[in-house]
Design a protein around this ligand. Structure first.
Ligand SMILES: Nc1ncnc2c1ncn2[C@@H]1O[C@H](COP(=O)(O)OP(=O)(O)O)[C@@H](O)[C@H]1O
Ligand SMILES: [Mg+2]
Length: 454
């Protein structure tokens, strides 16, 4: 059993079942199969040969079930084990799954059940392989990776990995801080344009009257302040990838121009009538529900369909909490090495505090909390006192703005207090705060400026 690119199955079953397995394997294709009931099978596993699936009928090969699983898991940690169980064993199912069995089928199984099991596992293997390749592409030459251990994230990465291979437009959705930009870079680096530029542009961070020129460029004298020609992002990204962050914030007048580039690859600089061409792959991101924006008439339906070719939707951190311990470990390593501090880990109490917190600011908020923790930490382990999380109960904070003075002064006091709390809750991430407030980020920034909170 040596073929590395095949799906390798080892069947420890009796002769009658072996025929069934053979038939199933033939109809799936792409698998190699070793059927064995005896000692040499055990050798195969112990030799470290690549086995992807072990079909184990404990009654046929005199392996007591629990011991059999323990032995196989120790000899071959990456292989999956499916048990063929008689009626009398079925009650043990849950326990066996907990010990690391992947699935169980009745003994003897039907061919259809076997086909389903094998093809399902082959798909899962392929997905994990692609995900690893994409994440490795991101890590090459830079200290960046995507932490993903939960099924929710694996699914997302699988979509992204498939998207990466093509040149199609990708729309990444997800709350602020969920890793949209990180995934966008990974898609670019794992795709056909990896040696060309990745040009990001964040629409929410731009003043409205500058968006068009930022995207398409302008000619000297196109508007007041246009002192010289300027190359836009579309031209800069020619041959590569343009990452349009917060595409939901593109004003309607510019949406139609964006649609035109996406359709025909041509655009005009501000203040000029000559068309320019650009060959770009578009990856767009938004923390808005674009479909709802379309229904509300704020986003063009035709542009939405052009952009939403391959949708990749990142889960909020609270919906894949299983990744938190891995992210914590990763960020502690990252910031202890960056700050040259000998922080090795985190205490159980501090970890449990983190696990209970909802993280409205998602991974970005978690990262900020840990960076701060590492900087403050005096020992080898982060303790509860190093972990600053906003209180979950706003009533604990009873500071009240003053109620006397002029109208503007009092209302301004309220607004200031309100906005600072929302910002605090969102780890000072303005787009997350704006979303919680139901206003756009530009408006929030404007209010912060007016209230001199920035
Ligand atoms: N799965 C992840 N693994 C490692 N780091 C992550 C992950 N998701 C997000 N991050 C980090 O969190 C921060 C926010 O991610 P970013 O991609 O900017 O989020 P978004 O664009 O959705 O607001 C970045 O520093 C990013 O590297
Ligand atoms: Mg972002």
């Amino acid at each position: 059993m040596k073929e590395n690119n095949n799906f390798n199955i080892l069947a420890l079953v009796d002769i009658a079942t072996a025929d069934l397995v053979r038939a199933a394997v033939e109809s799936v294709g792409g698998c190699s199969l070793v059927v064995d009931g005896g000692e040499s099978a055990i050798q195969t596993v112990q030799n470290g040969d690549i086995v992807d699936l072990v079909l184990l009928d404990p009654n046929a090969v005199s392996m007591a079930t629990a011991d059999g699983i323990a032995f196989l898991k120790a000899a071959c940690p990456t292989c999956e084990i499916a048990l063929l169980l008689g009626d009398h064993d079925i009650t043990m199912d849950v326990e066996l799954m907990r010990m690391g069995a992947y699935d169980s089928l009745p003994s003897p199984p039907s061919k259809a059940e076997l086909v389903l099991l094998i093809s399902g596992l082959m798909e899962k293997n392929e997905m994990e392989r692609e995900n690893r390749a994409m994440v490795e592409a991101l890590g090459q030459g830079r200290a960046q990776t995507i932490i993903s251990h939960s099924p929710e994230m694996e699914k997302v990465l699988s979509m992204a990995a498939r998207a990466a291979k093509s040149d199609s437009t990708v729309l990444i959705t997800g709350e602020s801080g969920t890793g949209k930009e990180l995934v966008a870079r990974a898609i670019h680096l794992a795709g056909p344009r990896k040696h060309k530029a990745f040009v990001p542009v964040n629409i929410a961070a731009l003043q409205e009257n500058l968006i068009e020129s930022e995207l398409f460029g302008h000619v000297k004298g196109a508007f007041t302040g246009a002192m010289a020609d300027r190359t836009g992002r579309f031209a800069l990204a020619d041959g590569g990838t343009l990452f349009i962050d917060e595409i939901g914030e593109v004003p309607s007048g510019i949406q139609v121009k964006l649609l035109r580039v996406l359709q025909f690859g041509s655009f005009e600089r501000v203040g000029e009538n000559a068309p320019h061409e650009s060959d770009v792959r578009i990856i767009a991101a938004t923390n808005r529900d674009l479909e709802a924006e379309v229904r509300a008439g704020r986003f063009r339906a035709d542009l939405y369909y052009r952009v939403n070719v391959v949708p990749v939707s990142l889960p909020a951190l609270r919906d894949h909490r299983g990744d938190i311990p891995y992210l914590v470990e990763y960020f502690i390593k990252k910031y202890s090495s960056k700050n040259r501090k000998p922080v090795k880990g985190i205490t159980a109490e501090a970890m449990s505090r983190i696990m209970r917190y909802p993280f409205p600011g998602n991974v970005r908020e978690l990262e900020n909390v840990l960076e701060r923790g590492v900087v403050l930490c005096r020992g080898e382990y982060l303790t509860e006192t190093d972990i600053f999380l906003p209180t979950d109960d706003p009533r604990e904070d009873n500071s009240m703005p003053t109620l006397s003075g002029g109208y503007d002064e009092v209302m301004g006091g309220f607004e200031k207090e309100f906005l600072s709390r929302v910002l605090e809750r969102n780890a000072h991430n303005k787009s997350a705060a704006a979303r919680e407030l139901g206003i756009n980020e530009r408006r929030l920034r404007y209010r912060l400026k007016v209230l001199s909170l920035e």
